[in-house]
Design a protein around this ligand. Sequence first.
Ligand code: URA
Length: 255
Amino acid sequence: MWTDRELHELELLTVTRLVGLKHTAPAPIATPAAENVVVAPPPAAPAVPVPSAPAMPSADCASLGWQALREVVRDCRRCRLGESRKQAVFGVGAESAPWLFVGEGPGAEEDAQGEPFVGPAGKLLDGMLAAIKLARGKDAYITNVVKCRPPGNRVPQADEAAACAGYLDRQIELLKPRLIVALGKTAALRLTGEEGSLASQRGRRFTYRGVPLVVTYHPAYLLRNLPDKAKAWEDLLFARRVFSEPVAVVQAQLS
Ligand code: URA
């Protein structure tokens, strides 16, 4: 867990890099952060109840361990995406990682390599992780709402997300993360159950199956909308604060 001072220093050191600004002079610790930083409000709001996810294959997966689940996903033909993919993209990271990042679905490079977020959006995601002292394969597990590439990188359809729902749910049960970060609208909709805009969901503390959940922009969106990187940084600070909540607070909000 970070001290307040460490949090503040990290904020000052990394914000200019993340928002793509030139850092001309070292900022003194006591001064307010760079002008592009908008510090997220403290996570005072109560947890937002989330409707349970579509249950389609959950029962099939409920008793599977990591290896068996990986094999079921590898061979899955539950929806049309199984016909057009090169390979299913299960997820990457330590199976005890405390942070879980959930994207939308594999793109062309992920489909070819079998690992999530390896293209340009993945590079940005790695930068975002580094900004809060995380690394893929170590403290962060990364996966997607759908495990197979939608043709032409289109948004997954509702029945495709539903067909994959049990896989993501079982990954969450096995991983037992301390925090889930939904990357973009598809993941936010799948995990919050809310149809609203991403803007209306940012800065709120949801829970999904008992796990604290926050949302932020998808890295691919940020590559097309560079000014919103500052908002993503704000979301990461908020995520880190939710992550640092004492366990007792989380339990109290769930009971
Ligand atoms: N976009 C996603 O949502 N997931 C990936 O794995 C790659 C790009």
